[in-house]
Structure formats: C-alpha cells, structure tokens
Design a protein around this ligand. Structure first.
Ligand SMILES: Cc1ncc(COP(=O)(O)O)c(C=O)c1O
Length: 369
C-alpha cells in the first residue's frame, strides 16, 4: 500500500519491511520440464503412510479447537529429548518461535544480532518489534562467525540468533564454537539457537547441542522443526526447548491462540514414531548432496561444506542470471550475493532425478551464459 492511508495508519516499523513476493510456481507442463522445487528446503518425499493416516483421523474431528500447548506432542518430545515438558513450547513452524523471541525480549532501542546472510525471519522479526538488526557476516566456509557475533554484543543487545546447520549456507558449528558462545554471551542476552536442520546436522556428524546449552547460565531456546527432516513443511509445526519454565511460559503467552492446528499436532506426533521413514530421507539426502557437490565442482562451482538438506555453491557466472535461466527450465533455486564472487546458489536436495537434472542444466547454462 502506498499513499496517504499507509502514511496515516501503518506503523513505520511495518512500512519499512520488504513485501514478500508471491511464490512463482508454473503449472506442471508435464514430463518434459517437470517443476523442480529446489528453493524452499522441503523434503522431496511425501510423509509416511502412518502420518497421513493420523492426520486423516484428526481431520474427522476438526470441529473442536486443538490443544493450544500440544500436551501430547510435548510429552513425547520431552521423553525423547530429556527436557522437562514445562520447558518445551510448540509453534506454527519454528518460524512462530523466532518471532516470539523478538516479542519477549525486544523493545525499541534494543539491538539483536543475527548471521548474514541468514534466514530472513531473523531480520524481519527484529525490525517488526522495533529492534535494531545487527547482521554479522558468516565465515568463508558458511558457518556462523561466533567470534564476530560476540564482538558485536553491546549493552543494548537483548537477543542473538545463531543457526547450525546455517541457512542459506549449510555450515555447521564445531563444538568449541558452541561452547564459546554459550559461556561468553552475557547472561542478559537471549540466545536463540536455530536448529531447523538439526536431524541433518546430527546425521552429518554434528554434536548434540543440548548438553552444551544446558551449561549456559543465561536464557536460551533451541528451536527445531517438523518441516525439514520430518518432511511436514505443509502442516507448520516446530518446537522450542528452553532453559527454564519461566522462559517457556513467556513464549506460551505471546503465541497466537491455537496456532498449531489439530491435524498438524496429530501429524507431528505420528511422525515421531516414523523413524525409519526419516532415516531413509537422511541417508538419501547425504548421498545426493555428495553427488550434486561432486557434479557441480567438476564443472567449476565451489561447493560450501553443507550439513543440511541443501547444497550451496559459489558460482563462476552471475548467480541471478544462472537462477533465472534455470527457472526457464522449471528448476527453482535460490540465488544470493556472496562477497568477492559472482554470487552463490542454494539448491535443495531433491530426488535423484532432480540431482541429474540440475547438474545437466548447470553444465549447459555455464557454457551458454
Ligand atoms: C534456518 C531456518 N530456521 C527456521 C526455519 C523455519 O522453518 P519452519 O517454520 O518451517 O519450522 C527455516 C525454514 O526454512 C530455516 O531455514
């Protein structure tokens, strides 16, 4: 909206936000150029039949409101993580909890730190709540720069977002860096440790972060997602493990009432028991990630080390032009700037056919551009 109405009633906090562009998805034109949706880090596979069945069962009772706190799901998560149920909070995707972190600690004048480039919700949530976003460049290998993050803390800092594995690079933090962050971040700063890609990180050999986080004296939340390794992006469920009941209560206070619907709760609960389904996805993802990296490195791309369900490559030709040319072939990827290079492209790991199609298209397009 522009003009006098926007000027009169929309808060400058909101006017300053970028408009979210509508998702471009052409109708599937058939087997010649199938749509390859490799820009949102979704699972390429449908959920396990037991999960679909649980959701169908819940759908038949949808005249009732859901359990706002997701008690059954939370108890199951508590049993799996060892974190007391009162310290666990659910959200409509882990996204809801990223916004909630900004809600519960930021007032105008406060600063919040997040890696750059990073998941766009960090900057949006900070700005929406009137805080000042402080972006800290990631390291060359794509992992979050912990030394620079700590150096960016000022007396006005109230919140630090960190992700491991990080999006859009896939970089994972080594244990020593997590420990340094946990011990050195001041106690009056909320540490939001974003683990949307947790299961992929563990599969790639990453450390279990909870025992390290538990040693922090100050407040922390680790958020995880059912959208990625559980393959349930469409139902929107995530959860947060916090250091104290009081902190979890603050999240419960600010959450939109009933934001996680009953079908989603049933699907997430069932997905926790569909372990072999997830294991197959994790194995597939690691194998295809290796295959895609080898194929693209062989033709001049530089792959960043990734522990997530995507691969990011620095490109020898302008990344936006490459991504646009791929889009013409119905292959959707995410281009973004990378200092000192023509850019980077993040490619979600899809099916084996997706890997072959991306590698072949990239080889063709590099010569043509
Ligand atoms: C780093 C990171 N954090 C959080 C999210 C949010 O995921 P969801 O809201 O689907 O749980 C994403 C999604 O892509 C992400 O990449």
């Amino acid at each position: 909206m522009t003009g006098p109405i926007a000027e009169r009633i929309i808060s400058p906090r909101i006017r300053r936000l970028k408009v979210v562009p509508p998702q471009v998805k052409p109708p599937d034109p058939g087997p010649l150029h199938p749509v390859r949706s490799l820009h949102l880090n979704e699972s390429p596979f449908p959920p396990a039949p037991s999960v679909v069945e649980a959701m169908q069962h819940a759908a038949a009772r949808i005249n009732r409101y859901p359990d706002h706190d997701g008690g059954e799901l939370v108890r199951a998560l508590s049993a799996r993580t060892g974190v007391a149920a009162e310290r666990i909070v659910i959200g409509a995707g882990s996204n809801e909890l990223l916004y909630a972190s900004a809600d519960i600690v930021l007032d105008p004048g406060h600063e919040a730190i997040a890696p750059h480039p990073g998941f766009p919700t960090y900057e949006k949530a900070i700005s929406m709540r009137g805080g000042t976003y402080v972006g800290v460049p990631v390291r060359d290998d794509g992992s979050v720069d912990i030394a620079a993050t700590l150096a960016a803390v000022t007396p006005k800092t109230r919140l630090v977002f960190v992700a491991s594995p990080h999006n859009p690079t896939g970089g994972m933090l080594a244990k020593a860096y997590i420990e340094r962050l946990v011990y050195e971040l001041p106690d009056d700063v909320l540490l939001h440790f974003d683990e949307a890609y947790y299961e992929f990180g563990r599969h790639a050999g990453g450390v279990e972060t909870l025992p390290i986080l538990e040693r922090r004296r100050g407040p922390w939340i680790a958020t995880r997602s059912f959208s990625k390794a559980y393959g349930l992006a469409g139902i929107r469920v995530g959860y947060g493990l916090t250091n104290a009941r009081e902190l979890a209560d603050a999240y419960r206070k600010v959450r939109v009432n009933f934001s996680v619907n009953a079908v989603a709760l049933a699907g997430a609960r069932a997905a926790l028991d569909a372990g072999s389904h997830m294991q197959a996805l994790l194995d597939h993802t690691a194998a295809e990630r290796r295959r895609l990296a080898a194929a693209l490195e062989g033709i001049g791309f530089e792959a960043l080390p990734s522990a997530a369900n995507f691969l990011t490559v620095r490109t020898p030709k302008p990344a936006p032009a490459l991504a646009a040319a791929l889009r013409e072939e119905n292959i959707f990827v995410l281009p973004f700037p990378w200092p000192g290079t023509p850019g980077a492209i993040r490619i979600t790991i899809g099916s084996s056919e997706d890997t072959d199609a991306v590698a072949a298209a990239m080889a063709r397009l590099l010569k043509a551009l």
